[in-house]
Design a protein around this ligand. Structure first.
Ligand SMILES: [Zn+2]
Length: 51
């Protein structure tokens, strides 16, 4: 089912892309995370939606 409502699409994209990805193990962490919840590495990158 395609999402046609731009406002809903924006919210969905924020949830999908507003995460930090661990460079070491690839785990998804909350955007506020300082360390990876799986391997405790601080090597996190922010994955954000770009317009
Ligand atoms: Zn990790």
């Amino acid at each position: 089912m395609p999402i046609t409502d731009p406002e809903k699409l924006r919210i969905v994209l924020e949830h999908v892309f507003n995460v930090k990805i661990c460079r070491k193990c690839g785990a998804r962490n909350p955007p506020s995370a300082e360390k990876c919840r799986r391997c405790r590495s601080k090597n996190l990158r922010l994955k954000r939606y770009k317009k």
